[in-house]
Ligand binder design. Structure first.
Ligand SMILES: [Zn+2]
Length: 267
């Protein structure tokens, strides 16, 4: 009973204290910024001189893209994926930072749908989503967990541990929405497998594990697919070329090493 009261108190506090972003605050890239009011102008530049490209209203939330500008005595924040625009700016007095956990319900519906399709393939044994990290660390950020949580409408967990590529601060922890393009890439690879164009589909990492400090994995924009240079059905190494071409075709950027193929959808 007591715990229940605390829960409601915390929830009520979270909902009623939608205090707009303090001008001294710098949210982390990828943080969830939500709109406090109705029909707020989102502009193509940080200031009143910017053209209005969309109108945003409560309750909607967007990922922080990284830009902060002070103009017209207002602090402007750059948001991602606003009304079909890759980037748009909203005055901080109309925004508040939503806790990662609460924000989890705000992931793009396209991601949720794609995640459920991919999860279905994994459960059916058609593709493999790893339920471990290459590093051996154990947390809730395995590819399987990321896809399952996204299918359930939640944000995907990120790992929180350091590695050689990022000794400090290490993988950031918290949560992030998986981009639907990443899931769509995995889903398309499944069709490649059906067509014999790749021998198998095995996903090593999504939002989890520790990578370089500014890795696109932490933004929910990247996937690592197991690749060990095995010959494909035609006795060629061309499965790698096909994955590269697919990633390129879908607008991604890629590289590979001896153990995995990486595809990300940085803007
Ligand atoms: Zn990667």
């Amino acid at each position: 009973m007591y715990r229940g009261k605390i829960f409601w108190l915390v929830l009520a506090t979270a909902v009623t204290t939608a205090v707009s972003i303090d001008e001294d605050e710098s949210p982390a890239i990828g943080a969830c910024l939500c709109v406090t009011d109705n029909i707020v102008n989102a502009r193509n530049a940080g200031g009143l001189h910017g053209t209005v490209v969309a109108k945003v209203s409560d309750p909607s939330c967007y990922k922080f893209k990284g830009g902060i500008r002070v103009s017209n005595n207002l602090t402007w924040y750059e948001l991602k994926d606003v009304g079909g625009k890759d980037s748009a700016w909203v005055a901080g007095k109309y925004l508040y930072i939503l806790n990662d956990e609460l924000c989890a319900g705000y992931c793009n519906v396209g991601s949720k749908w794609a995640a459920c399709m991919v999860l279905g393939l994994a459960v059916g044994g058609e593709i493999r989503l790893w339920d471990k990290h290459v590093s051996g660390e154990i947390d809730n950020a395995f590819p399987y967990n990321n896809v399952r949580d996204t299918c359930n409408g939640r944000a995907a967990a990120r790992s929180h541990y350091p590695c050689e590529e990022c000794l400090s601060p290490g993988a950031p922890g918290g949560h992030i929405c998986l981009d639907y393009r990443v899931l769509s890439f995995i889903h398309t690879l499944y069709y490649y497998k059906l067509a014999g164009l790749v021998p198998s589909v095995s996903v090593n990492e999504l939002a989890g594990a520790c990578h370089s400090c500014r890795s696109y994995h932490y933004e929910g924009l990247a996937v690592d697919v197991n690749y060990n240079g095995t010959l494909d059905l035609f006795g060629l190494f061309s499965d790698l070329t096909r994955m590269q071409d697919l990633c390129d075709f879908m607008g991604g950027w890629n590289h590979y090493d001896k153990s995995h193929f990486h595809c990300d959808f940085r803007e």
